[in-house]
Design a protein around this ligand. Structure first.
Ligand code: BJW
Length: 241
């Protein structure tokens, strides 16, 4: 495993970590972008042109996420265990908009692409927990305006959340681990280079197959996240100081 024992770890997760919980990835053959066009649902322009279509897309994904059968898998649970038991610092950065990391017990977590179970009011900017459907008449509980709520996710062309906190952690980390992401969407795809740039971080990829940034990782393991992640966490904790 890594050359020296890390103290500060940054873990980046993508859709692959939730695949075995029953949530679709984006770019796999059976992924979301195989049946829906990005430019129809995942840009601010798409929302401006056809908000009803964008609401319908996220309403379906929200109700899917809330189905009883969708639960955290061993990869989510292993990362929560690592946060509880690791004596150093751990920041979990997820590109996922689901809440499976929280349900598994992770707390030091950044949702850089937002959260499906929250809405944001375009009139008053309030971010509110939201588990029901959104439509053109939805009322903002904070300011009382109708039709100004949007799902609190980050679309193409929008700034991901908490970037300063993420880059500070990347610049200081000893170990960067990327799990279940294709490495095709920036800025997340650039995190491995950022973590290496300070000259300190060992970099590890855990994925079903080599990602686009595969050559930038010192170490790579390929297989399902539900197997790779618990095994890696077990190994790391067995060697803890
Ligand atoms: C398994 C598995 C199992 C399967 N076990 N593994 C030209 C060059 C560079 C950049 C740009 C450019 N033109 C435009 C840009 C910027 C643009 C971008 O990156 N475009 C690219 C397409 C080129 N990015 C943006 O616009 C972002 N904002 C931005 O850049 O702001 C400016 C800025 C600059 C610098 C610093 C700071 C800010 C915003 C991006 C928003 C992305 N939004 C989405 C939708 C969110 C809401 C929603 O969910 O609907 O986020 S798109 C979608 O892709 C979603 C995901 O989070 C994201 C990443 O996907 P992910 O997670 O990697 O999924 P997949 O499907 O791609 O991969 C899954 C992987 O899992 C695969 O490898 C499988 O093999 C694996 N897997 N089963 C383990 N069981």
């Amino acid at each position: 495993m890594q050359q020296r024992l890390p103290r500060k770890i940054v873990v980046l997760t993508g859709a692959g970590v939730s695949r075995e919980s029953g949530l679709a990835t984006f770019r796999d053959a059976d992924g979301i972008w195989a049946s829906v066009r990005i430019e129809d649902v995942a840009t601010p322009e798409a929302f401006a042109a056809n908000p009803a279509r964008v609401h319908a897309f996220y309403n379906a994904r929200r109700s899917g996420l809330l189905e009883e059968v969708i639960q955290p898998n061993p990869a989510h649970r292993a990362l929560a265990r690592l946060e509880r038991e690791w004596p150093g610092e751990l920041l979990l950065v997820t590109q996922n908009i689901d809440d499976l990391h929280e349900r598994a017990g992770s707390r030091n977590l950044v949702h850089m692409h937002g959260e499906l179970l929250k809405t944001r009011c375009l009139a008053c900017e309030e971010v509110i927990e939201w588990r029901q459907e959104l439509d053109l008449e939805s009322l903002c509980p904070a300011c009382g305006q109708r039709g100004r709520l949007r799902v609190n996710v980050v679309w193409f062309g929008e700034m991901p959340h908490e970037m300063e906190r993420i880059y500070d952690a990347l610049d200081a980390c000893d170990l960067f681990v990327s799990i279940g992401t294709s490495g095709s969407v920036y800025p997340a795809a650039g995190f491995v280079a950022e973590a290496r740039a300070a000259g300190r971080a060992h970099t590890l990829e855990l994925n079903l197959e080599p990602s686009e940034g595969e050559s930038l990782f010192h170490e790579k393991r390929y297989g399902p996240a539900s197997e790779l992640v618990p095994a890696w966490v077990e190994e790391l904790l067995a060697n803890r100081p």
